[in-house]
Design a protein around this ligand. Sequence first.
Ligand SMILES: *[C@@H]1O[C@H](CO)[C@@H](O)[C@H](O)[C@H]1NC(C)=O
Length: 243
Amino acid sequence: MEVPSGSLFLLCFLLLFATLPDPAAAVRIPDSGRRQPSQPLRVAVFALGSFWRSEAVFGCLPGVVRTSVGYAGGSKTNPEYRNLGDHAECVQVEYDPKLIQFKQLLDVFWASHDPRQVFGQGPDVGNQYRSIIFTNGTLEARLAAASKEREQTKSRSSIVTTQIQQLGTFYPAESEHQKFELKHNPFLLQLTGDMPEEELLTSSLAAKLNGYAAELCHSGIQKKIVAKINEIRKNGWPILREV
Ligand SMILES: *[C@@H]1O[C@H](CO)[C@@H](O)[C@H](O)[C@H]1NC(C)=O
């Protein structure tokens, strides 16, 4: 059989590479965009108090691909952290609708804050910490209204303050607020190979570790991350790429 020398060379080249140690041991491969969901991702936005914590709440959920924090719900253009006007601190959640649905995100929303607290959330006081569900389309609006009614029936003596608003402009927050919990955990950040700022924004791994850093992951995923970390400790494998 005649084999053109060019393809023979290519074959040798490939074989050589197949026998080398995993190049990822030395070179970090970005994890963003590696997942290829069969359906387009969907976007949901919620306000439930400090957005540092809100991002951590949703980041660990199976089916959530990306998270980021920002401002929405008000009228001020180009809000900033120290000057956000009438906006609320929000988390934007990009999710794969085959793996998790808006309805389940609503359950997490209700379970993760006290929607009866007025003018604040937890220790944080102010209008920017109010509770809002943003909806896109009539189905989401119906689901949100029904879930709020259910929440209200749980306790008739106090009012559920949560607003339901049509999803409008989401203004991304300054970078120091993105993946805040992960950024304040040097050990975890190092495990990612000190992921650069732009990648922290889009990485699924960063979203999960951000939740883990805040101890807000469910026990299943929590155990998985602990196991990965222990494996890295044992093997000296330097970089966590996926959980
Ligand atoms: C609402 O959802 C549709 C897809 O169903 C999307 O194209 C559109 O951008 C969404 N609107 C907003 C404001 O995100």
